[in-house]
Structures are given as C-alpha cells and as structure tokens.
Write a protein that binds this ligand. Structure first.
Ligand SMILES: O=P(O)(O)OC[C@H]1O[C@H](O[C@H]2O[C@H](CO)[C@@H](O)[C@H](O)[C@H]2O)[C@H](O)[C@@H](O)[C@@H]1O
Ligand SMILES: O=c1ccn([C@@H]2O[C@H](COP(=O)(O)OP(=O)(O)O)[C@@H](O)[C@H]2O)c(=O)[nH]1
Length: 819
C-alpha cells in the first residue's frame, strides 16, 4: 500500500473521491476488520498517484455496516491507510447494483438502456435514481466533514455524477476535478437516459473534466451541445460565459512495480512452476473482471474458431482465463457467468482430452505476485473488450514482458488501443474470424517483429505512468482554476441600482440609449414570436413617462428596420435609429437617412439568395434583411446542424457575393450577419449624438447617460463612446459626465466593454420603471398608464420585479456596488 512521508506535510492536500476505496474490508470480529486490495483498474491507476500528494481517499469500504461499533472500528482501521469510509447502508443496492451498474454502466459502454422491470415496483428507474442521489449526498456529507480550505477534490467516475454540483452548492470555491474511467458513448446512446440533462449539468459544474481518449471527450462535448444546447470549443464547454474545461488524460500504471515484481524470487519461482505446468504449450492469457464489457464470450468464440481451423495447434496451445468476480448481485452479471461457463465447457468438450484442456477458466481473483508471474510467462495476451475505458491489464502485461516479448492482441474498442495500437495486433472482437486470425498471427510472429512491437509499447508504458497521469490532471486543474479566477476578476460588476436612480433624479439633461431586441422586447418562447417582435407590455407606461420628460432624451438603437420600429414606437416621443443607425427618426416621426454616401450595397441581393438557400435547407432557421444588413439565424434549428450549415454558408458567401465587397461578417452564437463595413452601433452612436445635439439646438450639457442593451460583440463600442475618459467624443462642450453619471449596462454577457452587467432584460425594465417614478416631474404622465403597477401588484410577477442581482465583487474590482 502507499507509504506516507510524515516530513512532507506541506504537500498539496488531495481528496480522492471514488465509489471504491483502494482496500475492501472483511469483518473478522465484532470490532475487528481485515483489509485487502480492491480489484479493478481505477484502484491500480490511483495507487500510482497517491504518493505525490497529501492524499486522503473517500469511498465505500466494500461492505455494508449498520452497527456503530462496527463502523467505528472500521473507520479506525481505514484511517491508518488514509481512507475515509462512506457508509451507504440502505441505499447501496439500488445505488450501486441498480443505477450505477444496471443503468449507467451499460449506457456508458454503448449497450443501451436496459428494459425497466414493470413487475418490480420497488426497483424502478426512479427508485434507483433517487437512491443514486442519496448516495451522492452521503459522499458529500463525508467530504464536508473532512474538507480543509485549499484541498483539491478529485472525483472519479460515473458513480458520483451529482457530487460536483452538490459540492459547488456547498462551497463554490472548492477546486473540483472529475475523471471518467469508463468510455463516454455517442450522444444518440446517452440521449436515451432519463434525467440525462440533470446529470450532464451537474458534471459541468466541476472545473476540469477528464477522459481517457479523445473519442470519449468529443462524445461528451457533442452530447452536451446536442442535449443542453451549450457550446463546445477547443477549451471544453461554454455555457453563458462559464467555461468547463474538458481534456484528455490517458491513465497509466506504475510500471516499476511490475518490473520489480518480476525479479522477486517468489515470482520467479511461480514462473518456473507455471512454465513446467504448461510445458510444450504456448500460453494465451486473459485477465478480466467477469463483466459483459470485457467480451469473454467473444474471446472464447474466437479461440474456438482458431482451434477449429488450426488442427496442428490444438494440443500446443492453452487459454488461461482469470475471470475476476465482480458485481455479483446484478442479474446481467449472473447470466454472464453461466454463459461463460457453458462456452468453456463446450470448447473443452470439443477440443480437450483426458490429459489436456484448451481453456483453463478460473472464477477468482489472484494475488499480485501470481498475476505478475502469469503475465511474464504468457506468449499472447488476449484482450477482447467490447468497450473498455482503458484496460490496464494490457499495460501490466507489457510491463512484465521485458524478457519474453510476447504479443498483445487488443480490442480496438478498448481505450488502450489508442495508446498501444502501434505495438499490438488490433482486432474487432465481434469478428470471430479476425480474432482467430490474430491469435494465429501472434503465435507465429517472428522474434524480430515481436521485439519491435514490444519496444514500442514498453516505451509508452514506461513513460505514460499513473504518476504522470495524476500530475498532468492536477496541474491542468490548477491552471484551469487560475485562468477562470482571472476571468472572474475581469467580469464587470452588477448594477448599483440606487446610485443609478439617485444620479438620474439629480441631473438636468439625460440621455438614455437603449437596444430593442432582447432589451425592450417582450420575453419570447419561440421563433414565431421573434418574427413578430413586440414591446414588453410592462414598458408601455414607463416608456411614455420617460419620453415625455423634457429633461430626458430616449433613443432606441436597433438592428430592426424602420417599419418595425415605427409600428412599435410610433406613439412615443422617442428617437429611433433603425438598421444599426443607418436611418434616424426624431421625436416628430420624420426619418432621415444616415447611410454614408459612398456605401456600396451591390452584395445585398447575392447574399440574400445564399441566405434563402440555407434557410430552405435548415429547418427552423430564418433570415432578416434590411437595406444594409442581413442576418441568418439558426437558434431554433438543431444546434450541430445549424453550426455545420453556418460554416457552409460562409464558404458560399466568401466564394460568391461578398468575395470583393466591403462588408463585415459577424458570426454570432447562432447567427451569421453580413453588413456594410463599419456599420456598427458603436460607429452609428456618434452620428446619432451629433444629430440629437443639432436638432435639439442643445446648449445645456447632457449630464447623465445610461446605455444598455443585448448587443453583439461588434457593437460593443457603443459602451465606450460616452466614457468620460475617452476624449474622442464629438461635441464634448455639450457633454458633462465628469461627475461619473455614465452607466453602461450589458445584458447577460460575462465579457463586455460595459461597466456593469445584469442577468436579463427584466433588470433593465425594472430599472427604467424606477427611473420613471424617481423624478416627480414625470409622475403625472406615468400615472396615466398603470400597467406596470397593476402587473407588479400581481404576486406572480414579484420574483423578478425589484430584483437586481448583486454580483460579488471580485478581488481587485474597484467599482462601487451600492444597493
Ligand atoms: O468497483 P467495481 O464496480 O468492482 O469495478 C471496478 C472498476 O471498473 C471500472 O474500471 C475502469 O477503470 C480503469 C482505470 O481507469 C479502466 O482501465 C477500465 O477500462 C475501466 O473499466 C470502473 O470505471 C471503476 O469505477 C471500477 O472501480
Ligand atoms: O485478480 C485480479 C486480477 C486483476 N486485477 C487488477 O484489476 C485491474 C483491471 O483493470 P482494467 O483497467 O484492465 O479493467 P477494469 O477491471 O478496471 O474494468 C488491473 O489493474 C489488474 O491488475 C485484480 O485486481 N485482481
């Protein structure tokens, strides 16, 4: 077991949390226990990591214990091994045998969701899922008891998918890594799992997610994008600006442990005995937990075919299969046992004799030294997993084969195929003929080829150790955490609502610049509504009051066209800027063109054709066209298909209508926009400002500016135009924001040039209402329309009205937060 050096107490503390502790307990008396190593690759892999850190293990001790005396005695024995038990008691069966191994395990290994047994109402998907959640909470409780500030919590595997979320809810600052030891299936398979979204969302709250192979990681990312609609990038998953890092960390073993074991006299003795036992025969070895994913029946069928087709090998070869008992209480595993026994019996019956049996099948685990001896004397290692996260048995075999240089026949569906594929013979375990041929090739392989293949794999196993795996993961977790910490520091602060209101009421000439879509529009549920944009009904009275206030100028700056804005805002004393400011309408209702004179719009018709072509071929996408810009939107289409279509659409555009045009192409999250160069709200706002000053013959300086919207990144300069410290402002003689009466407020953007962010347009609507009532001079016109108060009096609307999120000030932020 791992040795711990007392003098290294300053090492990073690491809480390794896995369903299984590295040791399993057996009761030997009322308060005495014996501990033995737990089987499985997860434990083997992690043993190579633990010594690096001040590690404590949290996990299930392998037995159910209900009495206090027993629990205390076991906890004490485990404490000496730096292990902390989680007693799962009554939830264990439905959690472990049920949800983990009966439902999640087959799904993760592409075996599909098992049929629910409708006759057993005590054990349904739901009861197992509930037990799963309870078990995750039990793990949480134990972690909370043992957590110290600064600890890294490294969660392992599919047993604990809710733990990241529970832990972050408890303390958002805990550094959490999660690693999946099994494969992750294609999204089509994972989709069938009830509660798939909750499980994925929980995992995404961790800081770093690790997978054995690129395939598993990309399946996971794709599943998240398809099921949750989040974005997958090279970094991982991005959801509302929050990045969850996803990366590949292939696990390894501690190679020296195996290399050294093979030199031990005891092991050498066992090797001699084994060689004597199998004298005159070549040994093919299989070492697997007796699990459906390991493909033991397929292995036997392949071997049977080999014996059928190669008569001369029949009495010269033996298959030794160690089938380690596992998950005995899961019905599928019980069935598998009989199936394997049946096959071994049949093959031995067909090809065995009184003096020799072709298959030596053992339903047991073996001790470490004996395992190494078996690995060392084997001529061929046969791994036929139907799916396998990694398969460390392959690595262990190679580590023990320095002398013999035997051949590894490896399933292409094991994670190890990606790391050891160069030196192994890869097979499709479903293809018995291929397995049979691979056995033949391995047995007949010339020595030089065996040497070369072994050299390649041995080099890999030596350098890609479990220690490296752990170091890489933890170091990436540190980096990820530091990066996201820095990003948080850059996030603008929440809106100091009281300050915004007070300054508004004390100022004399105010300018409010507002976006339309996503700012003043009513909340939408579907695409059809987007085609028919409406003003948020809450705003009618509020907007009227603000627009009628002689001390306030309200401008709506939108991508929408003149007609839409006219229809919606026609009745207000408001300034309207359509098509991103290309057209401007003052409070009298007269539109003037604001398009720069030499603007070339030859590209518009061709671009429209391309947009139409892709709209026709992308269900639920649509496009909007105005005189100077076009937007193709696929937010309601299938996300993946939409993105793929967007890539194609861009190629059509570059190759055709915009190849020589002066246009900007803006790729939004779910849209592609083409507009004339320089046509952004940031540029337009300068022209609008000049026009307002001119038309109003303004002499009193504007002493308050509030600018807010749900703007695209390319329009974000709108937030900096009025910044007092930006000197480029035109007509600065009629602008006096020295007292800091400038508020730029982005809606729902984590990264923005605005000083403040709010979560949703509700926050802006709420604030506008408060501005409208803040100034007593406006109260008459406001009271004429009482839709805001009426709605607000309705309890259903209360949760968001008056709610302005106070964002936590991150270290280094100096902005005042005054609520
Ligand atoms: O704890 P059990 O239910 O008895 O199962 C044993 C372990 O099986 C799985 O192991 C996986 O981890 C290995 C190391 O990463 C990998 O090589 C192998 O392909 C996987 O099957 C399971 O993921 C573990 O949680 C279990 O402890
Ligand atoms: O009797 C045995 C035989 C094997 N193993 C170990 O079980 C692990 C199996 O790991 P692998 O990654 O191959 O598959 P898993 O069982 O984790 O799915 C290896 O480290 C083996 O050394 C074991 O504990 N007892």
């Amino acid at each position: 077991m791992v040795s711990y050096d007392e003098s290294c107490s300053k090492r990073q503390r690491l809480l390794v949390v896995a369903n299984r502790l590295p040791v399993s307990a057996k009761r030997t008396g009322e308060n005495s226990w014996s501990l033995e190593m737990s089987p499985g690759g997860l434990v083997s892999g992690l043993l190579g990591v633990a010594a690096e850190f001040e590690t404590k293990w949290v996990g299930w001790p392998g037995v159910d214990v209900y009495d206090v005396v027993g629990k205390n005695a076991l906890s004490k024995s485990l404490a000496d091994m730096k292990c902390i038990p989680v007693f799962l008691e009554e939830v264990f069966d439905q959690y472990y045998n049920g949800y983990c191994n009966g439902i999640l395990w087959p799904i993760l290994h592409h075996m599909g969701l098992p049929q629910e047994d409708h006759n057993d109402t005590n054990k349904t998907y739901q009861t197992q899922y509930d037990a799963y959640k309870k078990a995750n909470r039990k793990f949480l409780d134990v972690i909370i008891e043992n957590y110290e500030e600064g600890d890294i919590v490294w969660i392992h595997d599919y047993h604990l998918l809710f733990l990241p979320q529970y832990l972050k809810e408890y303390n958002n600052k805990i550094k959490i890594g999660w690693f999946l030891h099994s494969p992750f299936p294609s999204s089509e398979v994972f989709k069938t799992l009830p509660s798939r979204s909750e499980l994925l969302r929980s995992v995404l709250t961790a800081d770093l997610l690790g997978f054995h192979t690129y395939d598993f990681a990309s399946h996971f990312v794709r599943t998240c994008t398809r099921i949750l609609g989040v974005e997958g990038t090279h970094e991982g998953i991005v959801d509302h600006g929050k990045v969850t890092r996803v990366a590949v960390f292939p696990i390894g073993i501690d190679p020296n442990r195996f290399i050294k074991a093979c030199e031990l006299p005891e092991v050498r003795q066992q090797m001699t005995e084994l060689k004597k036992r199998f004298a005159g025969k070549r040994v093919i070895l299989g070492v697997d937990r007796l699990d459906m994913i390991k493909g033991i029946p397929q292995k036997f069928l392949g071997f049977e075919k080999f014996l059928e087709e190669n008569m001369d090998w029949r009495d010269k070869v033996v298959l030794v299969q160690i089938a380690v008992p596992t998950r005995n209480n899961v019905p599928e595993y019980q069935k598998l046992k009989s199936q394997v026994h049946g096959l071994a019996g049949r093959i031995n019956g067909r090809f065995g004799s009184v003096s020799s049996l072709p298959i030596h099948h053992l339903d047991c685990s073996v001790d470490f030294n004996f395992l190494c001896a078996l690995y060392a004397i084997a001529d061929v290692m046969l791994v036929t997993s139907l799916r396998d996260g990694m398969n460390l048995v392959s690595y262990e075999f190679i580590a023990c084969q320095e002398a013999k240089k035997g051949v590894l026949v490896l399933s292409e569906f094991a994670g190890a195929a990606q790391s050891l594929g160069a030196g192994a013979i890869l097979v499709n375990p479903w293809d018995v003929t291929e397995v049979s041929s691979a056995i033949k090739e391995a047995l007949n392989m010339p020595a030089e080829e065996r040497d070369e293949r072994h050299r390649l794999n041995f080099q890999y196993v030596k350098t890609h150790s479990a220690k490296k795996w752990g170091d890489d993961f933890i170091s990436e977790l540190h980096d990820t955490f530091t990066e996201s910490d820095m990003k948080i520091k850059k996030i603008p602060v929440g809106l100091p609502q009281q300050d915004v209101i007070q300054r508004y009421s004390k100022s004399n000439n105010r300018l409010l610049i507002l976006g339309f879509f996503g700012t003043l529009t009513e909340p939408m549920n579907n695409q059809n509504e987007e085609l028919d944009l409406k003003l948020n009904p809450e705003l009618k009275g509020t907007l009227k009051a603000l627009c009628n206030d002689p001390k306030t100028t309200v401008v709506v700056l939108s991508r929408s066209g003149k007609n839409i804005l006219d229809k919606i805002f026609g009745e207000y004393n408001i300034w309207l800027a359509a098509e991103n400011g290309m057209f401007l309408r003052d409070t009298t209702g007269e539109w003037v063109t604001n398009i720069p004179e030499n603007m070339n719009l030859d590209w518009v018709d061709g671009t429209k054709n391309v947009f139409k072509y892709f709209t026709d071929r992308t269900p639920r996408s649509f496009f909007e066209a105005s005189e100077t810009s076009l937007v193709w939107n696929y937010e309601n289409a299938d996300v993946e298909f939409g993105r793929a279509q967007a890539r194609d659409l861009l190629q059509y555009l570059w190759a055709g209508p915009i190849s020589n045009a002066s246009v900007d192409v803006v790729r939004g999250n779910h849209s592609v926009e083409v507009h004339a160069v320089g046509e952004t709200k940031g540029v337009a706002v300068g022209r609008i400002w000049e026009e307002i000053v001119r038309k109003k013959s303004m002499t009193t300086p504007v002493d308050y500016v509030f600018c807010s919207g749900y703007f695209l990144e390319k329009d974000e300069d709108i937030y900096t135009f009025f910044k007092p410290e930006v000197k480029k402002n035109l007509l600065s003689n009629v602008l006096d924001l020295k007292k800091g009466n400038y508020f730029s407020v982005a809606i729902g953007q984590a990264h923005t040039k605005a000083r403040h962010v709010v979560d949703s347009s509700h926050d802006v609507v709420d604030l506008l209402h408060k501005l409208a009532v803040a100034d007593t001079t406006t109260s008459d016109s406001f009271s004429e329309s009482e839709d805001y108060q009426t709605r607000n009096a309705n309890a259903d609307w209360k949760p968001w009205i008056n709610y302005v999120k106070i964002r936590e000030l991150a270290v280094g932020d100096t902005e005042p937060v005054d609520i």
